[in-house]
Ligand binder design. Structure first.
Ligand code: ZN
Length: 426
């Protein structure tokens, strides 16, 4: 096997420093899960988010990185290269969490990028290209749906005002929360949204916990992520009529809950997949008036549908609305698609760099697709992109019980450091 490109770079990655920073970040929004696990609830564009960003900026500035933010509040920390005019290598992830989230999803990718850049500094390496660390706005979609707003706007997938009217659970509009946060960060230098002066990044690499069980189950250290399956999210609204549960005959009701059951049963048949590759989830249901003795007049439910094949995603996705309309008996139906990300394949320039780094560091690595979507999905049209996974204990994520060990996370940061050094030299 070959030796690492820069052995002193690999040894400069500090397991302790990275873990300590993760635990400092985890205190900003700390919660306790049902099983006593320490989790995080740090919504995007919240006071906790601002504290976390200030902490990251302070750490970045302490090693000479320069912060900028764009119109979607994406935060960049730049390490200058030997040839500052060249397109930068971009690395990072997100700092927001699910409402009952873990301490590693997203934030580890940001802190691994910081650790890798700090290791470059300490190893005395100034790469040819600049390296930019990015924290994308609202990847989770936990407060404002859908997720990945920051990366979608950056990549030109959606105009930046697309989500202005989206409301959180308290009725705050995304556009207002964004304006407030931009005002509170008035001291941070601005940069244009998206590609600057026609110069796409040279490459994008995102480190992330696996959020699934494969690496642990197969005794692997590193996931070489080959691509991401596609996702489509829908919001379904069924409108019937409220009535008294004791007096309204069943034959006269327009019961939205009963129609929802018909719709979901028909959708389960539509989404049946003997190969068990397709992912179909109904997990958020709102019933109005939500009273035990009133017939439901309105139901809203979400659909999360994912598949690695664009054809399956298109065909069955387009069949969702007709299937619901054919199944319901009494209600008016509205189906709104809220998120649509096609499946992507990552670039060999990045996947092979990850494979080389893992091999040079004597780590066991597995080529695998990602079931979860990530900001990296939207970078694929812009530049060679890829991801590095580390194992998640029992595959648990979006849960306070989410866990990867300090050593597993350090191994991921070492691979990232070597990949960044190689890509930024190219
Ligand atoms: Zn994530």
């Amino acid at each position: 096997m070959s030796e690492p490109v820069a052995p002193n770079l690999v040894t400069a990655v500090s397991e302790h420093r990275q873990w300590d920073r993760l635990m400092q970040m985890a205190r900003l929004g700390s919660i306790t899960g049902a099983d006593g696990s320490p989790g995080v609830n740090r919504p995007c564009l919240s006071p906790l988010d601002r504290q976390a960003r200030r902490l990251l900026i302070a750490w970045g500035e302490s090693i000479g990185l320069t912060p900028t933010i764009d119109a979607l509040n994406n935060l960049f920390l730049r390490m200058e290269g030997r040839e500052p005019g060249l397109a930068p290598v971009l690395t990072g992830s997100h700092m927001d969490s699910q409402p009952a989230g873990g301490r590693f999803d997203g934030i580890w990718g940001v802190l691994a990028g910081l650790e890798a850049i700090q290791a470059l500094r300490e190893a005395g390496i100034t790469p040819r290209r600049p390296i930019e660390l990015v924290a994308w706005t609202n990847e989770e979609g936990g407060r404002f749906a859908p997720g990945c707003m920051g990366s979608m706007a950056y990549a030109g997938h959606s105009p930046p005002d697309t989500w202005d009217a989206v409301e959180d659970g308290e009725g705050t509009r995304f556009g207002d929360a964004l304006r407030e946060q931009m005002a509170l960060e008035a001291d941070l230098p601005r940069r244009p949204l998206g590609i600057v002066e026609g110069q796409a990044p040279h490459a994008y690499v995102e480190a992330h916990i696996e959020q699934g069980p494969r690496l642990e189950a197969e005794g692997q250290d590193i996931g070489i992520v080959t691509g991401i399956q596609g996702s489509r999210w829908f919001l379904v609204e069924l409108r019937g009529e409220s009535a008294h549960a004791g007096t309204a005959p069943l034959s006269m009701r327009r019961d939205a809950v009963q129609d929802m059951l018909r719709a979901i049963t028909a959708l389960n048949a539509l989404m049946d997949d003997p190969t068990d590759i397709l992912r179909f989830t109904v997990a958020r249901i709102e019933v109005h008036p939500n009273s035990s003795n009133s017939v439901a007049e309105r139901v809203r439910f979400t659909i999360d549908f994912r598949h690695p094949s664009a054809a399956v995603l298109t065909e069955r996705g387009e069949a969702i609305e007709p299937t619901i309309r054919a199944a319901v008996q009494h209600c008016a139906v509205t189906v709104t698609e809220r998120f649509h990300a096609l499946p992507v394949e990552f670039a060999p320039e990045v996947t092979e760099a990850v494979a080389r780094a893992a091999a040079a560091q004597r780590l066991r690595a597995l080529r695998m697709p990602s079931g979860a979507f990530h900001d990296a999905q939207f970078m694929v049209p812009l530049c060679p992109s890829g991801m590095i996974f580390v194992p998640s204990r029992r595959g648990i994520s979006h849960n306070p019980a989410e866990y990867s060990s300090p050593a597993q996370l350090a191994a991921g940061a070492r691979v990232l450091a070597q990949v960044l050094a190689e890509l930024a030299e190219g």
